[in-house]
Design a protein around this ligand. Structure first.
Ligand code: 5GP
Ligand code: 5GP
Length: 224
């Protein structure tokens, strides 16, 4: 399609668990939602919506469309709440510059979602809509998987709760036994589908990414 990259096959909505991610933030800084105690009761927040190929690879940085915050000014309240940056400092963009987490995600991933999503405003609006429609935190809470610094939960139970709710298998990414990310996958019409479909040589890559231990935790954010 554009930039010589072929059209993607499906979307992954990457969500992050602040209680796990924030543990690796060494220095507090005003730009960092961990330090501001955002999402303190703990819920999954948005990392990004990623166009992927079925073989386990993905396109990146597909057009020269630079992020412009003015285009999403009507969405900022929702984005600040549900798509906060949990890192300190700025993120690199596709062209060697520095920008916000949102700029990074739009330029690296959003620009590759053509022709399903054609502009920056549609990308961010779509991500918020999909995030609200498939409320992972609510599904896990209702299944008894509540944020805790003492409990550990069976990985299979968490996966089953998501499968029962959305009829598709998510992908989990852990850090030191805690859930750091949960990915939900979608066909181009945003019907849910399984995430890990890779075949052949990419199987290793995909299964190593989802290698959480059999019992995992969903830690609450502890301010430092
Ligand atoms: P990590 O090495 O932390 O898993 O991923 C680093 C970056 O590579 C992510 O922030 C994301 O931009 C990209 N990435 C990792 N895995 C995937 C994937 O499965 N699909 C896509 N589209 N990008 C990914
Ligand atoms: P990806 O892993 O999607 O390529 O991009 C992650 C980039 O965004 C990194 O450069 C990282 O420093 C920056 N970033 C800013 N805020 C966050 C955040 O809350 N979570 C993650 N995973 N990366 C963030």
């Amino acid at each position: 399609v554009m930039n010589g990259q072929r059209e993607f096959d499906y979307f992954a909505l990457a969500l992050q668990w602040p209680g796990t991610f924030c543990r690796r933030t060494r220095h507090c800084c005003s730009s960092n939602a961990c330090c501001r105690g955002l999402n303190a009761p703990t819920e999954f927040t948005i990392h990004g919506l990623w166009p992927d190929y079925n073989d386990g690879t993905w396109p990146a940085c597909c057009t020269r469309s630079n992020f412009d915050e003015k285009e999403i000014s009507t969405l900022l309240d929702g984005l600040e709440k549900y798509w906060p940056s949990l890192s300190c400092g700025s993120s690199s963009n596709c062209h060697g510059g520095k920008g916000s987490f949102w700029a990074h995600e739009w330029e690296k991933h959003g620009t590759c979602s053509f022709p399903v999503i054609r502009d920056e405003y549609s990308y961010f609006l779509t991500v918020l809509n999909v995030y609200f429609k498939y409320n992972v935190t609510q599904v896990l809470n209702e299944a008894g998987y509540l944020p805790s610094n003492t409990e550990k939960y069976p990985l299979g139970g968490i996966v089953s709760a998501i499968e029962n709710a959305f009829h598709a298998t998510p992908l989990l990414v852990c850090s030191k036994g805690s859930v750091q990310e949960l990915h939900l996958c979608f066909y181009k019409d945003f019907k849910p589908r399984d995430c890990a479909v890779g075949s052949g040589i990419h199987n290793d890559m995909i299964s190593s990414k989802s290698s959480c231990p059999p019992y995992v935790s969903l830690p609450t954010y502890v301010s430092r």
